[in-house]
Design a protein around this ligand. Sequence first.
Ligand SMILES: Cc1cc2nc3c(=O)[nH]c(=O)nc-3n(C[C@H](O)[C@H](O)[C@H](O)COP(=O)(O)O)c2cc1C
Length: 320
Amino acid sequence: MIDMRVDLAGMRLPNPLMPASGCAANGKELHRFFDIAELGAFVTKTVLADPRSGRGTPRMAETPSGMLNSIGLQGPGILDFTRGDLVWLKSVGARVLVSIAGNTAGEFGDVAVALSESPAFDAVVGVEVNISCPNVANRGLVFACDPLSSANVVALVREKLPRHIPVFAKLSADVTDIVEIASACVKAGADGLTMINTLLAMVIDTDLLRPQVAGVTGGLSGPAIRPVAVRAIWQVRAAMIEGDIASVPIIGVGGVRTGDDALQLVAAGASAIQVGTATFNDPTALVRVKHELAAALQDKGFARFSDAVGIAHTRLDKAR
Ligand SMILES: Cc1cc2nc3c(=O)[nH]c(=O)nc-3n(C[C@H](O)[C@H](O)[C@H](O)COP(=O)(O)O)c2cc1C
């Protein structure tokens, strides 16, 4: 049997599989299909300080090999989350990676403080900082598109949380140089990186000749973005190998539907894998991908999952 255990900046997990934020709500629906405590960790939907109703409808559009969503970070706010969903996640034994965001850098800090003061905080194994949202204090520019804004948020969240809780910065590939943003986040104290969020995209309804989702633009996810995720993970991992960025674990996400898909992200440098859109048409995708990934690694002669992380960087000559 292959050893699938991972240690992500001190976050010790039995296996590297987790749902992508926002794609499995806060666990109750998936738990009807399998025990979510079997996942490496459970990543929650991004939570902000206050309740948010999200964008107008329609909020989804199909695209070739993917989908567009324009949900707009709908949610109940941090206090409701910590009193309800987090308590439930703890009751079923899930290891919780909480995704947080804010409209300003200060709000990210407030959410981190409220989380750390909550009674079920001992179920939290890490925090994922979703910086792919607009900075109200900076003309609505997405935090993740600016190294300074990204670093400010990461430094603030790092400062507000206890040291034993690793902080993962979730990056967007909608930037000119993702290595620059990754570097700013790691220098600011990120213990790990999650890559990638959805890509900004748009669909036009050709009957009505208007944007298909009410928010006009939306985030593209699914297999269509997998090659972008592989490229982004590769570039950041390469910078770590070169010594340009301190080496921290990368959680890979983007278009994973099968064990082979996951293996691409792992070989590029991901130490864990999140599955998002695939869960919508196969609620058991996470369990299936875990088995398929383990089988693929075993077939290739690996004894440990961790031995395959970034392996493609050592095989460049063979690729030519
Ligand atoms: C419906 C939907 C909602 C999402 N909500 C969030 C969210 O709340 N926070 C976040 O960081 N990412 C969110 N994402 C992005 C996913 O976590 C993930 O980064 C992206 O979908 C790429 O993975 P996939 O191709 O496996 O879906 C959402 C994606 C979808 C499709």
